[in-house]
Ligand binder design. Structure first.
Ligand SMILES: [Zn+2]
Length: 253
């Protein structure tokens, strides 16, 4: 029974002293964010740009064809930045209550922050951070959207680079370290929209010394048995039930 599992997860979370959440990228595609790996868009993208999304979302492509990169980036990536949903709001509530200490995510659309969370480690950076590659001046996302062609710094006329991790690039070391430190302190780990075998999870599990792993993922996977509590469903639907409780949910309806 899913309601029982939600109760068990709710108890573990409410009792925890240092809850850390790991977010897989499924949680962002669900919210309408662009995904360069989206197989449904492959044909349209190639037709439109002459290259695949995988090729264009690559550091090598950014370096050698910046004009084409920004055309694609502005239209496809910044054209689909999604909206934070009930899941992100529930996480923000857990943070406000002092239970959730950190969210570690690979999505680049800052859904958790936009949903009200403050302690977020964005491993792959964020579309909202854009920095001149020469003088480090910062620019808002709107500056990138408005720029004709390659966005250039007002001061030094060098390209302004979105601070997102492109394919073929290393994840920023400081962020990796910060994430590992948070997981080391955690007593409960909450995994959303991923499997126990995904790299995001296996990398961080090495640092985990707590007592419970809670996994919320729509699909069943053979690695599910590695988690202590498994709930098959979307974080979007399950998290509010965990945070506010089922009864309160019923009252609202
Ligand atoms: Zn500059």
């Amino acid at each position: 029974m899913i309601a029982n599992k939600i109760q068990v997860a709710r108890r573990a979370i409410m009792k925890s002293s240092y809850l850390v959440c790991l977010q897989g990228h499924d949680t962002s595609t669900d919210r309408g964010c662009f995904d360069y790996r989206d197989s449904n868009a492959v044909y349209d993208i190639e037709e439109k740009y002459g290259y695949s999304s995988e090729e264009m979302f690559h550091a090598g492509f950014y370096n050698t064809r910046p004009e084409q990169f920004f055309k694609y980036y502005k239209q496809e990536v910044l054209g689909h930045i999604g909206t934070p949903g009930k899941g992100a709001l529930a996480l923000a509530e857990l943070e406000r209550r002092g239970i959730l200490k950190c969210i570690i995510t690979r999505e680049i659309f800052s859904l958790a922050r936009r949903g009200g969370c403050e302690n977020v480690v964005e491993l792959h950076g964020s579309i909202f951070q854009n920095i001149c590659s020469h003088c480090w001046k910062e620019y808002p996302m709107e500056y990138i959207i408005r720029a004709k062609g390659v966005p250039l710094c007002e001061k030094c006329h060098r390209p302004v680079r979105p601070q997102v991790c492109l394919v073929g690039e290393q994840v920023d070391n400081a962020r990796v370290t910060r994430a590992a430190e948070k997981v080391e302190k955690a007593d409960v780990l909450l995994l959303l929209g991923c499997t126990m075998n995904q790299k995001l999870v296996t990398t961080h599990l090495k640092y985990f010394d707590g007592n419970k792993v809670i996994l919320i993922n729509p699909e069943e996977h053979f690695s599910d048995i590695k988690a202590d509590i498994v709930i098959h469903g979307k974080a979007e639907d399950i998290l509010p039930r965990i945070v506010y409780g089922d009864r309160k949910d019923d009252e609202r309806e």
